[in-house]
Design a binder for this molecule. Structure first.
Ligand SMILES: Nc1ncnc2c1ncn2[C@@H]1O[C@H](COP(=O)(O)OP(=O)(O)OP(=O)(O)OP(=O)(O)OC[C@H]2O[C@@H](n3cnc4c(N)ncnc43)[C@H](O)[C@@H]2O)[C@@H](O)[C@H]1O
Length: 141
C-alpha cells in the first residue's frame, strides 16, 4: 500500500532574495524537508498540507499565498513502502512571522535555492526546489 503525504514548499522574499523553509526532523536520519505529512482518512490533499503546516511550522492559511496550480509530485520508497508526496508552492506573506516547531523537528532554516538544494539531499527534492524557483523567477519577480 502506498503512503501519501502533502505539504508546501514555502518561500519568502528577504531583501530581494528568495529563501525556502526547510525543517530538520528530530529522528532517524535527521533529514531536512519542507513541512508535510501523512494524509489522514477523509482529508483532502490540501487539507493535509494546511494541517501539517500549522502543526509543524505554526503557519496558518492566512499567513500564506498558496499557488494551487503550482505543484510537484515526488515518488520514493520510505521505510520499505512506496510513498507519494505532493507539494504546492506557497509564499509567506509576513516575513517576520515566527516559525514554531513541533517535537517532530529540531531545527529550521530559511535558505536561498542552492543552499536549500544542498541540505535537501535527495535528487527529486532538489529538482522540485529548482522547478519552483524557475516558476518564481519567471512569474513573480
Ligand atoms: N525513524 C523514526 N523515528 C521516530 N519517529 C519517526 C521515525 N520516522 C517517522 N517517525 C514519526 O512518524 C511521524 C511522521 O508523520 P508525518 O509528519 O505525518 O509524516 P512525514 O513527514 O511524511 O514523515 P517522515 O519524516 O517519516 O517522512 P519522510 O518521507 O520525510 O521520511 C521518511 C524516510 O524517507 C526518506 N526520504 C525523505 N525524502 C526522500 C526523498 N525525496 N527520496 C528518497 N527518500 C526520502 C527519509 O530520509 C526517511 O528515511 C511522526 O510522528 C514522526 O515522529
Amino acid at each position: 500500500m502506498t503512503t501519501r503525504a502533502c505539504g508546501f514548499v514555502i518561500f519568502r522574499r528577504m531583501q530581494g532574495v528568495v529563501e525556502y523553509l526547510l525543517l530538520q526532523v528530530s529522528y532517524g536520519e535527521y533529514h531536512w524537508s519542507p513541512p508535510k505529512g501523512h494524509v489522514d482518512p477523509g482529508e483532502s490533499d490540501m487539507e493535509t498540507a494546511l494541517r501539517e503546516t500549522k502543526e509543524e511550522a505554526g503557519l496558518l492559511p492566512n499567513d500564506l499565498n498558496i499557488f494551487e496550480n503550482v505543484k510537484q509530485e515526488l515518488n520514493y520508497e520510505a521505510n520499505g513502502k512506496p510513498k507519494i508526496v505532493i507539494y504546492w508552492l506557497a509564499e509567506l506573506l509576513n516575513i517576520d512571522k515566527v516559525i514554531q516547531l513541533s517535537c517532530e523537528h529540531q531545527a529550521y532554516k530559511w535558505l536561498p535555492l542552492e543552499e536549500a538544494r544542498s541540505i535537501a539531499k535527495y535528487q527529486d527534492m532538489q529538482d522540485t526546489l529548482k522547478k519552483f524557483n524557475d516558476y518564481i523567477t519567471k512569474n513573480l519577480l
